[in-house]
Design a protein around this ligand. Sequence first.
Ligand SMILES: Cc1cc2nc3c(=O)[nH]c(=O)nc-3n(C[C@H](O)[C@H](O)[C@H](O)COP(=O)(O)O)c2cc1C
Length: 193
Amino acid sequence: MILIIYAHPYPRHSHANKHLLQEIKDLPDVKIRSLYDLYPDFSIDIKAEQQAMEEADLVVFQHPLQWYGLPPLLKLWIDKVLEHGWAYGHDGDALKGKGCLWAVTTGGNEQHFQLGSYPDFAALAQPIEATALYCGMKWQPYFALHNTFTCNEVTLKAGGEAYRQRLLDWQAAHPASSASAEQAQSLEGEANG
Ligand SMILES: Cc1cc2nc3c(=O)[nH]c(=O)nc-3n(C[C@H](O)[C@H](O)[C@H](O)COP(=O)(O)O)c2cc1C
């Protein structure tokens, strides 16, 4: 199962992220948790979030970039849900081996990130990549949709299709963790008896 942890502070005002979700929501074995809809008061149900993570094979963190980082509820979610003894530390292996994909939209284009001592967009992935690796997850090359301030419907459509393809590619490369595995098992069962 692919779990999308979606963090948009104003989901109903979204253009780019809403479009990305439209493109993938009919895929089999994809669950979307919209954090700002679930927790408008920032009171996160830690157990429910951990259970959703345990059922997932690939966890996707999807959000608009805000001041070069995560929306505040996603940061709080990481602080609260990735508990010691569950996500890391002694016996903390709940996320070990799961895939992790960062799917981010940005208002700026590539030049927007050419500031300061680390003028590369990829540098912004480091905290979330390090967090995933610290928890034993398998980091996937990130998916970024830039230029959302100016992009038109054609560009958005292309971005949505690319996102959908990324998830399909992941499912194809991990058949044991998708519905096709269950189908294969049931076919095998039928063949055996
Ligand atoms: C508070 C705030 C901070 C933002 N910071 C950045 C930023 O640092 N870099 C950037 O490229 N875009 C930034 N943006 C623009 C958003 O990333 C952009 O509007 C969003 O990705 C578009 O997706 P949406 O249509 O789903 O809202 C910011 C937007 C807000 C509201």
